[in-house]
Design a binder for this molecule. Structure first.
Ligand code: NOJ
Length: 512
C-alpha cells in the first residue's frame, strides 16, 4: 500500500475547464501547473486528471485514440512530464485516468482490427464471425467495417470494447481469458501504464474497472484475477503507484481485485446518494438538507459492512462529486454544504474534491458538449475571479469550450479567499484539520456512536476523536459522554456537557 495515501486529499481536475493559459478557450496542462500552488494552499496534495490523451472527443476524452500522447489541445507530453515534476516538488502526487475497457474507434489498433485481412490486432477487439451474426446480449455495431463481423461496444458507439477474453466462452468467436491474443491486450495496457509511470505519474483512476472480462460471473472472478495480476506488477515494479477503481463494489475491487481504493459512487437510491442527492423522486430527502428529513442510517447500513470488510486492504472513498454527477450545489446551499463537507473530510478512506466544489460552483443548464449530455452542467469552467470569463480564459466569451456561470452571484475563488466565512475557508480549514490529526486520516478506525432514524445529531468516532454533526436548523442533542474533551474544530456551535453533546443549528464539532 503506497504510504502517501494515508494522508492524501485528492482534487479532481477536468482539464477542459480548469485554467486556459494559451487563450484558445479550453484548459491546458500549463494551466494546471500554474494553479498547483492554489490546490496545495487549499490542502489537496494529490490530483486526478480526467483523460488528457489524444482523442476525437466523442466522450470528452474517454474515447482514447493514442494512450501515449497528450491531446494537442491540452499541450504536449513534455508539459505533462513537467506537471509531474512540479507536483512532486510540492509534495503532491498525480493520477492519470486509465481507460482500459475500450478505445476510440479511431485508435490505430481498431483501424487494424477492422481490416478484412487477419493481422496482429484482429483479436484486440471482440468480433463475431460474420456481419449477420449478432453478438447476442451485448452492445454491438455492424455494417461499418471492411471486416465481415460485428464488434462489441463498451459504452458509446465510438468506444469498441477491448478483448480481454470471456470467463466462460459460449460461442466460437468468444476467446478464453488465457488466449494469447487476450493476454496481449492485457500486456498492451500494462505497457501504457509503465509508459506514464516511468515518466513520473503516480498511478491511475481506472475507468469502468469492472467491465474488462466479458460474461464474467457475479463475483467478477475473471476481471478481479486480471486486476490482481496488475497489482502484482505494480507491487513489484512501482510500489508507490496507486490505483483507484470506478467500480463501487469495494469487496470485489479492493479485496479481490487488489485496488488500493474504490469510489463510493452516486447510484440512484444507494447510501451515498442518500447523503446529498436523494431528490429524483421529486421530494428531496438528502441527509444534508437542513429541513432534517434525511436519515443517516440509510448511508450507514450500506457503508458500514463494506467499510468493515475492506478496511484492512484498502480505502472505500467518498467524493464531493465527479464529472459524471450533478454538483452538490444543485440542491444544497453553502450552509448545507459546509456540514456535508465536514462529514466527507473527516471520514475514513481517501477523500476526493471535484474542482469548483470548494467554492460551491453550480450545476448549469447548458447544451451538451462532447457526449456529456446531462453531465455537461457539472463540467463548466472554473470560476477564479470577477474578471473576463471568471478568470478562466482570456478568449472571447463565444470561443469558450463551455460557457462560464454568468449569474451575478456566481461564486469565485478570489472573493471567497477574501471572506473568512466562505465555503472555501471551511473546506481549507477542514482539510488542514485532517492533515493535523492522524486520527482523521485514511486509516484510523471509524465507529458510529449515535445514529438514529429521524433523529439528530449524528456522532461518530475516528480513533481518539469524536465528530458530531447537525445538518438541521433545529438544535439537536445526543446522550454521548464527552465531558472534558477539547473542541478542536467547529462550525456553528456545540458543546459536550453532563453526558450530552448539544449542537446548534447547522453545526459540527470535532472533539479530542
Ligand atoms: C465513466 C466515465 O467517468 C465517464 O465519463 C465515461 O463516459 C464512461 N466511463 C465511459 O468511458
Amino acid at each position: 500500500m503506497p504510504k502517501w495515501l494515508k494522508n492524501a486529499v485528492f482534487y479532481e481536475i477536468y482539464p477542459q475547464s480548469f485554467y486556459d493559459t494559451n487563450g484558445d478557450g479550453i484548459g491546458d496542462i500549463n494551466g494546471i501547473i500554474e494553479k498547483l500552488d492554489y490546490i496545495k494552499e487549499l490542502g489537496c496534495n494529490a490530483l486526478w486528471i480526467n483523460p488528457c490523451f489524444d482523442s476525437p472527443f466523442h466522450d470528452a476524452g474517454y474515447d482514447v485514440r493514442d494512450y501515449k500522447k497528450v491531446a494537442p489541445r491540452y499541450g504536449t507530453n513534455s508539459d505533462l512530464y513537467r506537471l509531474f515534476g512540479e507536483a512532486h516538488l510540492r509534495g503532491m502526487h498525480v493520477l492519470l485516468d486509465l481507460v482500459p475497457g475500450h478505445t476510440s474507434e479511431e485508435h490505430e489498433w481498431f483501424l487494424e482490427s477492422q481490416k478484412a485481412e487477419k493481422n496482429e490486432y484482429s483479436n484486440r477487439y471482440i468480433w463475431t464471425n460474420a456481419a449477420f451474426e449478432p453478438a447476442k446480449g451485448m452492445l454491438y455495431v455492424g455494417g461499418e467495417t471492411e471486416r465481415d463481423g460485428v464488434y462489441v461496444l463498451n459504452f458509446f458507439k465510438c468506444q469498441p470494447a477491448l478483448n480481454y477474453g470471456f470467463l466462460k466462452p459460449q460461442e466460437d468467436w468468444q476467446l478464453p481469458m488465457d488466449h494469447p491474443d487476450c493476454l496481449a491486450t492485457r500486456e498492451a495496457m500494462k505497457d501504457v501504464m509503465r509508459f506514464w509511470l516511468d515518466h513520473g505519474c503516480d498511478g491511475f483512476r481506472v475507468d469502468m474497472a469492472e467491465s474488462l472480462v466479458k460474461n464474467d460471473d457475479e463475483k467478477k472472478t475473471g476481471t478481479c484475477a486480471l486486476w490482481r495480476e496488475i497489482r502484482e506488477m505494480l507491487d513489484e515494479e512501482y510500489p508507490d503507484a496507486a490505483m483507484v477503481s470506478e467500480w463501487n463494489a469495494p469487496v470485489k475491487a479492493i479485496n479481490q481485485g487488489g485496488f488500493h481504493m474504490d469510489f463510493y459512487l452516486n447510484w440512484g437510491g444507494n447510501g451515498y446518494n442518500s447523503l446529498m442527492r436523494d431528490y429524483d423522486s421529486g421530494e428531496d430527502n438528502s441527509y444534508f438538507k437542513k429541513d432534517g428529513k434525511g436519515d443517516i442510517t440509510r448511508f450507514l447500513s450500506e457503508y458500514l459492512p463494506r467499510y468493515e470488510a475492506t478496511k484492512e486492504n484498502g480505502y472505500y472513498c467518498l467524493l464531493t462529486c465527479n464529472h459524471d454527477t450533478k454538483r452538490p450545489k444543485f440542491n444544497l446551499d453553502d450552509s448545507e454544504l459546509k456540514i456535508a463537507y465536514a462529514f466527507i473530510f473527516t471520514m475514513p478512506g481517501v477523500p476526493f474534491l471535484y474542482y469548483g466544489d470548494e467554492i460551491g460552483m453550480r450545476y448549469l443548464d447548458v447544451k451538451t458538449k462532447e457526449g456529456g449530455y446531462q453531465r455537461t452542467g457539472s463540467r463548466t469552467p472554473m470560476q477564479w475571479n470577477t474578471e473576463k470569463n471568471a478568470g478562466f480564459s482570456p478568449c472571447p466569451a463565444d470561443a469558450l469550450y463551455l460557457p462560464v456561470d454568468s449569474t451575478p452571484d456566481a461564486p469565485n475563488v478570489a472573493e471567497q479567499e477574501a471572506d473568512k466565512d466562505s465555503l472555501f475557508h471551511t473546506v481549507k480549514d477542514l482539510i488542514a484539520l485532517r492533515h493535523r490529526e492522524e486520527d482523521l486520516q485514511a486509516d484510523a478506525d471509524f465507529e458510529t456512536v449515535y445514529a438514529k432514524t429521524g433523529k439528530h445529531p449524528f456522532v461518530y468516532r475516528r480513533g481518539g476523536i469524536l465528530v458530531a454533526l447537525n445538518p438541521t436548523t433545529e438544535t439537536a442533542a445526543a446522550p454521548v459522554s464527552a465531558d472534558g474533551w477539547k473542541v478542536i474544530f467547529s462550525i456553528g456551535s456545540g458543546k459536550a456537557e453532563n453526558g450530552v453533546i448539544t449542537l446548534g443549528p447547522q453545526s459540527c464539532i470535532v472533539l479530542k
